[in-house]
Design a protein around this ligand. Sequence first.
Ligand SMILES: Nc1ncnc2c1ncn2[C@@H]1O[C@H](COP(=O)(O)OP(=O)(O)OP(=O)(O)O)[C@@H](O)[C@H]1O
Ligand SMILES: [Mg+2]
Length: 261
Amino acid sequence: MTSSSEELVVARGIRKDFVQEEKTVRVLRGVDLTIRRGEMVCVVGRSGAGKSTLLHILGTLDLPTEGSITYEGRDVTQLSSKALAAFRNRTIGFVFQFHHLMPEFDALENVMMPGLIQGSDRTKLRARARALLEEVGLGHRLDHRPGELSGGEQQRVALARALVMEPALILADEPTGNLDSKTSEAIHRLFFQLNETRGTTFLLVTHSADMAQRMPRVVTMKDGTIVADQRKPEGFRPLDTLGPTPDEPASASGACAAEEE
Ligand SMILES: Nc1ncnc2c1ncn2[C@@H]1O[C@H](COP(=O)(O)OP(=O)(O)OP(=O)(O)O)[C@@H](O)[C@H]1O
Ligand SMILES: [Mg+2]
């Protein structure tokens, strides 16, 4: 991809301390990370290494104790909270362990929500949300509220919601953690296809060895620092690590098609 040399996010000297019962817990101890536009990066490491904390900070949901986060050269830690919220809604899609779906809205409305907040065209938004829910295998659950969905189904709704605004960056914390292997593969395929067709940048935290093997770049964290940053050889194509497309769900084409409607 010609634009791959563009830096999308640059984190410099990130430290994060939490103070608990007068004791300072040093969770991030100086993290430097540059993610280029169109990259697919996964973060691995033991439980407690600081992966989720780093993802929150990169996603501008939490401030570092020290250090800077710049998006395309702009230091977002300096933005007002209102400007930051607008920036976040436009630029980043989140898929977190706790997916925060809105209980009083059905699956379709939850997926549409980021667009409703932005004032997007409802008809187009509805079509895109529906197509994405079909992609993740939930075309038959559009009008179910979160309380009427299984944990894995709720996670897939959250995924569709993260994708609906076609953000430049997807930050995902164990996006397939609670899913069976077939559904996980379908989600991986969707991510890889979005990356190829739209150049969407992905930063994923995972405990899945399968996922890490398929990712072009793997960053390893230990005790609040990055201890390894490995790239697969030039020309590595994540989609090639998956078998042929199954007859059933999981192609990004439906989501693309929705755009034209
Ligand atoms: N608000 C907080 N106050 C105090 N300590 C915290 C806080 N949030 C996280 N920590 C501590 O920071 C460390 C890193 O947490 P983090 O959630 O980033 O780990 P992780 O690498 O994502 O782990 P996991 O793989 O289990 O999700 C943990 O030891 C955790 O107890
Ligand atoms: Mg975590």
